[in-house]
Design a binder for this molecule. Sequence first.
Ligand SMILES: NC(=O)c1ccc[n+]([C@@H]2O[C@H](COP(=O)([O-])OP(=O)(O)OC[C@H]3O[C@@H](n4cnc5c(N)ncnc54)[C@H](O)[C@@H]3O)[C@@H](O)[C@H]2O)c1
Length: 283
Amino acid sequence: MMEDFSGKTAVITGAASGIGLELAKIFAEQGMNVVLADIEQQRLDEAVAEVAALGVEAIGVVTDVGAGESVAALCKASVDHFGSVQVLCNNAGVYTGGQLWEQTEDDFEWLMRVNQWGIIHGIRHFVPQMIKQSDDCHIVNTSSMASMCTLPFAGIYHMTKHAALALSECLFHELSMMAPQISVSCLCPELVNTGIATSARNRPDELADQNPTEMHAMSMAAITDATANSLHPRALAERVLAAIRNKTFYILPPQDNPWMVTAASRLEDLKLRRNPTFAPPAI
Ligand SMILES: NC(=O)c1ccc[n+]([C@@H]2O[C@H](COP(=O)([O-])OP(=O)(O)OC[C@H]3O[C@@H](n4cnc5c(N)ncnc54)[C@H](O)[C@@H]3O)[C@@H](O)[C@H]2O)c1
């Protein structure tokens, strides 16, 4: 169990904003070295300065989590600078919405690259490094409560977050058997007040949105409204820290949270073998 964080090294992807930035700050408060990775250079520089001001050593590495060579370079830069890595947060993620049959191949490609391949590359490059170190390590993959239920007009996001949960559970089983010194958590936030509604600010030009439909606009307006008045990301960072301390796999909202009710409805559908119930969270 990782109790003393001081002097250990945390790598966080998507660390220039939102949940990732709060993770970087809470790790710094524990006296950890912090590697902040993000695709957005300017905000990354500002984030590194903010974290370093907490009195720890922090470095920024511009990284595209959707590209294997970029994540390999992140791992190398982290180890070259700090010698080893004890905590990895595969946190970078993006959102878009709309009707499944109207969304473009590029919509699918973009979300799959960041939300799925980002975690895959993190696992492929950092797990061998952690196994080589043979010390206590912890990997946190950011999924979402969107991995535990399904809602209309956010199908690509739900799909990628289900993949993130499945990858995390499989990784948990494999590491429990093969390298039990490495623990795993899956972070499943409810709505959080971050920059997620403006994810497209970092959408690659080659995957530009060529078909912004009415349903897409409605979906983006809904997520903008819903996240604006939601939880501060600090609360998520606190949950993650506790989960690393206690080796908790599922990092969930409180039991009475509306997203937990929606997730329970899905489990009930399975138990009763009934068709999917439309049970959006009452927020
Ligand atoms: N905000 C919510 O309501 C919410 C709910 C559940 C899950 N999540 C998940 O939390 C994670 C963090 O998102 P957030 O809400 O803090 O949003 P955010 O937009 O504030 O932060 C995401 C960060 O990821 C970075 N990023 C985007 N593409 C990248 C890439 N290819 N490579 C590296 N970095 C990239 C962005 O530049 C940004 O700094 C995501 O995985 C998101 O899906 C968010």
